[in-house]
Design a protein around this ligand. Sequence first.
Ligand code: PHE
Length: 408
Amino acid sequence: PLRKDFVVAGNSFVADEFTNITDRILSRIGRNLHLQKHHPLNLVHQRIVNYFYQTFLNSRRNPIFSVYDHLSPVVSVNQNFDSLLIPKDHVSRSKSDCYYVNKEYLLRAHMTAHQSELLSGGLNNFLMIGDVYRRDEIDRTHFPIFHQVDAVRLKSRDELFPNDESLKLFEDKGNTDNFGGQEKQSCHTLEAVKLMEHELKTTLEGLAKYLFGNVQYRWIDTYFPFTQPSWELEVFYNHEWLELLGCGIMRQPILTNSGVRDRIGWAFGIGLERVAMCLYKIPDIRLFWSQDSGFLSQFVTNDINTPITFKAVSQYPPCTNDISFWLPENVEYSSNDFYDLVRSEGGEIIEQVKLIDNFIHPKTKKISHCYRIVYRHMEKTLLQEEVTKVHKQIGSRAVSKLGVTLRQ
Ligand code: PHE
C-alpha cells in the first residue's frame, strides 16, 4: 500500500492501477549487492568481467568491452519489452510477473532492457550488470530480486569476413520482420550466422570453463523474442545439470531501430546467484541478503579466483566487542599481526575481525586503531562473561606481544 506519490531510486512517480511494487521491494533497491566489495555476487561479477577483458583485446591489447554496472533498475515498458520485440500480449508483461511502478514504468525484469539504449549510444561491445526483479514464489533458489550480467557484441562485415570481399552479412531480399524458419532470420546470410554462432558458443564455453573448471556442458535450442536462433547453455556441476545462461543472434530490427544498419550481433544473459550458489556451495538464495558477518566474512579474499566453500553460519547469536589501542611508536606494526594474535587467542569462536577506525592524533601524531571482533560459537549461545575473558586476554597479549597501548 504505497501513497499516490512515491520515490523509487531517487525519482518520484505517481501510482496508478498498475502499481504493484511493495515497500519491502522498495526498501531493497539501491543495496547493489553486485557492487559490494567481497560480496560473493561481486566476486562472480568481477570474474565474468575479467574473462571478457582478457578474451577480447584490440590491436593495442586493450579490452574492447565496456562495463555498465550503475544503470537504474527503473525502466520503461518500452525498454523492458517493446524495444526487444516482445509481443504486446506476451505473458512476461503481466502484473503477476513484474513489479510495476505504474503503467509506464517497472523494475526491470532482465538486464536486456538496456540493450537498445546502449546500442543507440553507438556501443559495439558491452556488458550490463545489475539487479532484476520478478514476482515469483520464494524458496531456496527463488527470490524476487536477483542479479544478471548481459552482454552484446556487434560485428561489421569487415570484422566478420576480413579475408573475403565477396561474403556479406545480409541477404538482398531479406525481410527483417519475419523469423524465416528455425535456422536463422531471413535477412541474414547463412555464413554470417554460422560464424557468429561459432564465436558466441566458443566464448560462452570458455566462460563456463573459466568459472567452473573443466565441466561437461550441453547446448539446448530455445526461444527468446529478441534473439533468433536462441540457445541455453547447461553445465554438469555438483552432480546435476545447471541451466547457466540464455543467448542467441540478436533480432535485426532491434539493431535497425537503434540506428545500427551495418552490423550483426550476438547477446547473452547469465544469472549471478545461480553461479555463486554452485561455485561456493551456498545453500539458500536469501543468504545473499545477509548482513551477518558470519556470511560475508567467508568471501573476503584478495584473489577473486580463490576457491571458497561456504560453511553454514551458526544459528546462535554473535557477540560483538570492540578494542582500541595506540600503535607502538618505535616498532613496526601490521594489522595482520593482530589478526593472527586474535585467532590464536580466540580460536573457533572468532568469526570476524575488522578495522573500524584509524585515527591520527593531531598533536602527538600517534596512531590509534579500533577493531571490531565478532565472537560466535557454532553450537551454543556465548555468554558475555565468557567473551569478556577472551577479549581481555587478547588485549593483554596485544600489549605484551605487539607493544600497543590500550585506550581505557
Ligand atoms: N534476458 C534473458 C533472460 O532473462 C537472457 C538473454 C539475454 C537471452 C540476451 C538472450 C539474449 O532470461
